[in-house]
Design a protein around this ligand. Structure first.
Ligand code: G6P
Ligand code: ZN
Length: 543
């Protein structure tokens, strides 16, 4: 096998964000751009020599080309083996599972998650470590340092690999194993959930729609829901993965999964609705006439996990990202287990899961998961909900209402202001930061501030510190507003305003969410001077 050592010059913009490196697809298609990042990743982890790597992606435009490049670079860098999902497909949770199952040294996952795909849309790559989880900041920083000084990369001068045929191939001394993307993941799900009980649920006439959004979970959902659990054919919608997600935006929220939402918000709608994103790690859960916020979903799953065989002995703890509502905290308190508050980004859960401190984690950004892998897992959340519904023999609405009666309700919504000029967004945050010392005791509209700070996180496992993770303002009413800039966007800056209002057990649990949040929202907007600084009067997305 001939190896080319190619001279290159650094790209200055390869700093990984919340979830790996994400850019416009054309940026990745520039000569050397992907190659530099892959070589920098290998260099940052002590080289690829002798290592086994899992490689796969969500099937978006440029996925297959990128995988060919990565395989050739792994071979040239001396890797022993690469395990690749057939067709180049692997959902993010399935990739995490394959890394763990095969005791691989890590993996490269190609995806821009819930961002649209296509030559003019987004692409991304991230490195996962041997525990199956996204690389922690120490490694992503080391990768970034490498990208700034890189002067050459190595690539095998070899023919493209046949990605469609399951089985072994060879590239020089490196073996390439093309695997079915679904089967190992499906076995894992069968080990956690009571498939017979869920089968009975479907046999009793329970109806469901799962919107795969033309993204990677289509084949997983069909195999598990329709083939293994006997849900009627047609339960999975948009189940064929497409390079551009059929010109869609594969983000499972009420805005981008509107067709499913419309179907569910009707007395004749299915009993249960769900959707997942581009790479299958996010989920949306909907009942007939009721939307379950991701923060509530985390709380309900934590409180009921023991009903599924995989969690029958209970959970060791709960973790949530800081902007996620406090609903999960209340469940942890009742269960007598610890609740951890981490910065946004699944990578912060990895240490807690590895140390056995938590079993279930979740984020407001439609992510829930457990210690079965080291990524959030869309279909896992759907199956746990199904298992719970099958055991409790209640509707989604009944489960939620019971939950609020027991714990109180955290009304919750996120307002996104997208594609802001970076300077305007940064100065908004800088101004807020400068207000912080004097906020307590001041009143904005009807809301009095009790405390305000900028969130930082001391990892209790490895002692690392992450600062500037979002500004939190707590109000006397039990409300909270959080201001944070997104770390996953590819255009300008996105300001996320997270709004929360707690209403106690005996309060009114049937208000309209935006209505319940009105006072907190008005106070937050007055405080951050959004309109003056950005000219924006309305959010682009409300979840
Ligand atoms: C990805 C990450 C999540 C994160 C989300 C939003 O999905 O895996 O952990 O919560 O992005 O991040 P952002 O920085 O855009 O708010
Ligand atoms: Zn995703």
């Amino acid at each position: 096998m001939k190896i080319d050592v190619v001279s290159t010059v650094p790209f200055e913009d390869q700093k990984p964000g919340t979830s790996g490196l994400r850019k416009k697809t054309r940026v990745f298609m520039q000569p050397g751009y992907l190659e530099n990042f892959v070589q920098a990743t290998f260099n940052a982890v002590g080289g690829a020599r002798g290592k086994t790597l899992v490689v796969g992606g969500d099937g978006r435009y440029f996925n297959a080309d990128a995988i060919q490049t990565i395989i050739k670079m792994a071979a040239a860098n001396g890797a022993t083996k690469v395990i690749v999902g057939a067709g180049g497909l692997l959902s993010t949770p399935a990739a995490s599972h394959l890394i763990r199952l095969n005791k691989a040294d890590g993996g490269l996952i190609l995806s821009a998650s819930h961002n649209p795909g296509g030559v003019d849309e987004d692409f991304g790559i991230k490195f996962n470590t041997a525990n199956g989880g996204p690389a922690p900041e120490a490694i992503t920083n080391a990768i970034f340092d490498q990208t700034l000084t890189l002067c050459e990369y190595s690539i095998a001068d070899a023919a493209n690999v046949d990605l469609s045929t399951i089985g072994r191939q060879q590239m020089g001394a490196m073996s390439i194993e093309i695997v079915d993307p679904v089967s190992d993941y499906q076995s894992l799900m069968e080990s956690l959930f009571d498939f017979a009980k869920i089968r009975d649920l479907f046999a009793s006439g329970f109806t469901m729609k799962f919107d795969a959004m033309h993204a990677v979970t289509g084949p997983y959902a069909k195999a598990i829901l329709e083939d293994a659990l006997n849900a009627p054919k047609g339960t999975v919608l948009n189940g064929v993965p497409k390079e551009d997600f059929d010109n869609g935006h594969p983000d499972p929220n009420p805005v981008w999964a509107k067709d499913l939402m419309d179907m569910m918000m009707s007395d004749e709608g299915p009993d249960f609705g769900a959707a997942s994103d581009g790479d299958g790690d996010r989920n949306m859960i909907v009942g007939r006439n009721i939307y379950v916020t991701p923060s509530d979903s985390l709380a309900v799953l934590a409180n009921n996990a023991h009903l599924a065989p995989g969690y029958k002995d209970g959970i060791s703890g709960v973790a949530r990202s800081m902007p996620t509502s406090g609903a999960g905290d209340r469940v942890a308190a009742k269960l007598g287990v610890e609740c951890f508050e981490t910065p946004t980004g699944w990578k912060f859960f990895g240490n807690l899961l590895d140390a056995g401190k938590v079993t279930i984690c979740g984020e407001e950004s439609a992510g829930t998961g457990s210690d079965h892998v080291r990524e959030k897992d869309g279909l896992w959340a759907v199956l746990l909900w199904l298992n719970i519904l099958a055991e409790r023999k209640q509707s989604v609405a009944e489960v939620l209402k019971d939950h609020w009666q027991q714990f109180g309700r955290d009304y919750y919504s996120r307002h996104d202001y997208e594609a802001l000029p970076i300077e305007a967004a940064s100065s908004l945050i800088a101004k807020l930061r400068s207000f912080l010392p004097d906020l307590a005791g001041r009143t904005f509209g009807f809301e009095e501030v009790t405390r305000a700070d900028e969130f930082s996180y001391l990892d209790p496992v490895d002692g690392s510190m992450s600062e500037n993770q979002g500004i939190r303002v707590f109000f006397k009413s039990g409300g909270r507003a959080v201001f944070r800039l997104s770390g996953t966007g590819t255009e300008g800056a996105t300001l996320r305003l997270y709004l929360e209002q707690f209403v106690s057990r005996d309060g009114n649990h049937s208000q309209d969410t935006q209505e319940a949040l009105k006072q907190v929202r008005n106070a937050a907007l007055e405080l951050c001077e959004l309109e003056t600084l950005t000219g924006r009067t309305k959010p682009d997305v409300v979840t």
